[in-house]
Structure formats: C-alpha cells, structure tokens
Ligand binder design. Structure first.
Ligand SMILES: C[S@@+](CC[C@H](N)C(=O)[O-])C[C@H]1O[C@@H](n2cnc3c(N)ncnc32)[C@H](O)[C@@H]1O
Length: 506
C-alpha cells in the first residue's frame, strides 16, 4: 500500500517552483518539497510563482500567478491577451520547441500509457504557417457591468466566468474578423443584454464564425437564450454582414436555455438568411459543410494530414475500405480514387447528407454511406458488406470503446489506419489492438494545432504474424458491457433496410 504523503501546500498558497516538464493536457509539472504540482500556463524551464487551486492525495494543482524567469525556449507572445487567454497557451514557446514537446508527448503516451516500447515514430509534420489557421472560432459574449458594452472573446485561462476580449485572434482565419466586428457592433447598437445562465435573463450567448480556407466563404451562427420570434434584429444583422463582411454566405441562429457553457442550440440551427452551408476544398475535393457537421479546424494542415493518411494506408486498387467516423466524407473521398470501394460510416445524419452531396459534386461513385453508431454497425455489417481489407478510423477525442476495437480487428483488415486528435486515448487503445492480433507499425504526429498543447497523429496497425488469439477468458479489453439502450432487434431490422445503424453517439 502506498504511503500517504502529507501535502506541503494548501489551496490558496503561492509557491515559487521551476517547471521540469509538460504533462499530457499541457500543464507544467514541478515539485515543491518533493510534492508534485501541476501548473497551468507554465512552460518547461520557467520559474514561476504558482497559486495552488486544489490539493489531492498525491499531487496539487495550480496556475501561474507570476512568471519569475522564463524558460530557455520562451519568446515574446504575439498578441496582447496571450498571457491570460485560454485559446493558445503555448504562445510563449518558440515553434521548434512546441514541435519537440509534441513529439515527446506522443512518444511518452505510446510508451508509458500504451505499453509499446520504441514505437515506430516518424518526425512530426510541422505547420508551414502556425498562425491564423483556425477555420472555426467560437466566441462568448461578455458585457461590461458599468457601461453595458458588449464584446466577444475567449474564456480566460482557468476562469470559465471571465471573458478575454479578442480583437484579432492570432490563430483564427483573419477573414472572420470582419464578421466578428459586425456582430459586436450590432449587439451594441440595439442595446442587447448578454444571457445570464443562472437567472435566464438576457439574450446573447456566443457566436461561431466559420471560414472556408480555400473559398473564403464566411458563415456566422449566433447562439442565444430562448426567444419567442427568432433572432432579435436578425434582419438587420444580415444586412450588416452582407454589406461589410467579404465572403459572407449565411447567418444561422440557435437558442438554448442550458445552464452549461454550450456552443450549440437545443434544436438544429434556423437559417436567418443566405445559405445554411459553405464550401471548403480538401484533398482536391470541394466539400459542402453544414452547421452541425465536423470539419478539421486547420484546413491547410488537414490537407497534409490526408496526404499522410493515404501514404500510410498504402491503398491498393483491389482494396475494400471502411472509413469509420467519416464526418462529411473528406477522408472517404480522398481514399476513393485509390481503392475498389469505400464505405463511410457516421452518426450525424446531416454529415452523411453532406457526404452524399460531396460524392456527387466530385463525381465519385465507388462510395457507400451508412448513418449510425459505428459499434452496432460493425456487428450488423459482418457478412452483409464485403469484408474490408483496409479500415480507417478517425474517432472523437474519447477514442475507441473496447468493443469497437474488437470488431475492427475481427473484421480482419490487412491494414488499420487510426487518425487521432488525442494521443492519450489513442495510447489507451493500443493494448486492445495488441490483444486482438494487431501491432503498431507506423506513427506520424501532425501539428494541426500550433500554439496549443494538442497534437494530431496518424498510425497504422497490421496483423501480428503467427498470432494466436487468447482464450476467451483471458480477453481483458474486448468485454464491454452490453449497451441496454440499443434495442438490438430494432437496430438490426433498420440496418437491413439501409436506414440506420444504431443508437446515439457513444
Ligand atoms: C474527429 S471527427 C472526424 C471526421 C472526419 N473523418 C474528418 O476528417 O472530417 C469524428 C466524427 O465521428 C462522428 N462520431 C462520433 N461518435 C460516433 C459514433 N459512435 N459512430 C459514428 N460516428 C461518430 C462525429 O460526428 C464526427 O463527425
């Protein structure tokens, strides 16, 4: 039994520490009198005064209160609120050092959490331009208590009730700035109130601005508290955007009374004016993107990511490929010219509608689509769809549930390509692939998110030669609890009709 250590700090204490390394998630790690302290906003080599915010059994958490001496890789931040803003916490770190750290974090996750020693790592793909890459920003409205002035911006680091006003975000596509200025001015012109999540009073919650990197098309989506007649002064905002925002294509409105900090409405968004989609170009295909559909947030690097996916997948003309978690079909369409056929699977119906439209727009006809949850779909597809020789998965940050890993491996593809935006959940999946007869043969980090601790990666798994499946009772990871929400007979019948593949997202 581990010995309980008396914590040398209490919540609220300020202690001076030097940061040894970065933990997964991006906080600095230091020791104070031998006790581990995780420090938000601090970077390797920094000496900081840290304010302790929480003390646990074997470690404490805190946030940098003052930078005493910057670490060796520190540079001057490029925008005013960099020290406080929660959007890009690595702005003080030189770009080569960011890349080095990300490679180290990916390697560490694979070795330590995934149990794979000396992983087949390839050097990280760096961004050509680490600035102004985000094609989607989500600003929260804030109101000055005295003057009533409304601004929009990001949450302050570690303070979910405080907003840092952002005039020109270093990592956002600059073509969205005009839309932001128009929306802020509109909110002030009509004396609006910002929504109060506790009392339910007020109106404005947040605004999402999306920009097609290749097309310059700008979509604006305003989220408010509940309204009776749609977006107040929506026609006026539409006129302003049309007059002053180059590339503007559509204004959407959603409403929600959720007490949580959410950036989507309770219902699908309503179109105030213009069109409810914008176009983007990825891997040479023009893609139609609708408001509820996922799009990689860094288009320039997504092009590089997709190139790496194709290289690592080693597609062949006779391959039958499955693209699981396919979104609007961008990877599916990138794979299509290289293989015999591809099936794209995705739970968001609107995304599959886009995917179908995108296949047509780009004259791609060797693709099939299935709406639904990957887990039951893989079960029902067995023996119905042609057996896959190649499976690509690109799950959300939570990674794959054990049953999905098991079903992917049981489908027996020659290559599995795993695209992950979260190296720690990817690493957590590694022993499951191993247990089901697949080994990691390639790992390639790609820097999709400069100035933040996040890192994307692409990996390949291949069957382990001479693998003998473990006895059923020795299987640890393949046993997920049966999901009581899935009414299996109903789902199977619906699948057979080609309608849906299962229940809500995992
Ligand atoms: C990281 S995105 C990848 C999208 C796409 N591959 C791309 O590159 O644009 C993950 C996608 O998985 C979908 N998704 C989440 N849970 C799912 C599930 N259980 N079954 C099927 N799709 C799911 C999400 O809606 C989202 O479109």
């Amino acid at each position: 039994m581990s010995k309980r250590v008396q914590a040398p700090v209490r919540s609220g204490d300020i202690v001076e520490v030097t940061i040894d390394r970065i933990a997964h998630g991006g906080r600095g790690v230091a020791r104070h009198e031998g006790f581990v302290l995780f420090v938000g906003r601090a970077l390797p080599g920094d000496t900081v005064k840290a304010r302790v915010t929480r003390v646990r059994r074997s470690f404490a958490e805190g946030v940098m209160d003052e930078l005493v001496t910057p670490g060796p890789d520190s540079v001057d931040p490029q925008c005013d609120p960099a020290g406080e803003c929660g959007a890009c916490t690595w702005q003080r770190l030189a770009y080569p050092a960011q890349l080095r750290l990300k490679e180290d974090l990916v390697r560490d996750a694979i070795e330590r959490l995934g149990g794979v020693k000396n992983p087949p790592m390839h050097p990280i793909v760096a961004a050509d331009d680490p600035t102004h890459y985000r094609n989607k920003v989500d600003y929260t409205f804030a109101q000055d208590a005295e003057t009533g002035e409304i601004t929009s911006g990001y949450h302050k680091f570690g303070a979910w009730d405080q907003i840092i006003t952002v005039d020109e975000c270093l990592i956002a596509d600059e073509r969205g700035n005009a839309a932001k200025r128009v929306v802020d001015a509109w909110a002030n012109r009509y004396d609006m109130r910002v929504y109060d999540r506790e009392s339910g009073a007020g109106l404005l919650r947040s605004v999402i601005i999306r920009v097609g990197y290749a097309t310059g098309q700008v979509q604006v989506h305003v989220i408010t508290g509940p309204t009776k007649k749609g977006l107040f002064k929506g026609a006026e905002l539409l006129d302003d955007l049309e007059a002053s925002c180059p590339g503007f294509v559509g204004l959407l409105h959603s409403e929600t009374d959720s007490p949580a900090e959410v950036s989507y409405g309770a219902e699908p968004p309503a179109l105030v004016g213009g069109q409810d989609w914008f176009d983007e170009v990825l891997a040479g295909h023009t893609l139609r993107v609708r408001p509820q559909s996922f799009l990689q947030t860094n288009t320039a690097m997504a092009n590089k990511l997709y190139e790496r996916i194709i290289d690592i997948a080693q597609p062949r003309e006779d391959d039958v490929a499955y693209d699981l978690y396919c979104g609007i079909g961008s990877i599916t369409l990138a794979l299509a010219p290289h293989v015999k056929e591809v099936v794209g699977v995705e739970v968001v119906e609107e995304a599959i509608e886009c995917a179908k439209e995108n296949a047509e727009l780009n004259d791609v006809d060797n693709v099939e689509w299935q709406v639904g949850n990957v887990r039951p779909i893989l079960k029902f597809a067995k023996g119905v769809w042609p057996d896959p020789t190649l499976i690509v998965v690109d799950p959300p940050r939570a990674g794959l549930v054990p049953k999905v890993v098991r079903r992917i491996c049981e489908a027996g593809p020659e290559r599995i390509v795993y695209v992950s935006c979260n190296p720690t959940t990817f690493a957590g999946n590694l022993p499951m692939f191993q247990e089901h007869g697949y080994e990691l043969t390639y790992v390639q980090p790609v820097d999709q998110f400069p100035f933040t601790p996040h890192c994307e990666l692409v990996a390949r798994f291949e069957p382990i030669e001479g693998f003998t499946p473990p006895a059923e009772e020795d299987i640890v990871y393949g046993r997920a609890k049966p999901d009581s929400r899935v009414r299996k007979a109903d789902a199977a019948a619906a699948f057979a009709r080609g309608e849906v593949g299962g229940d809500a997202p995992e």
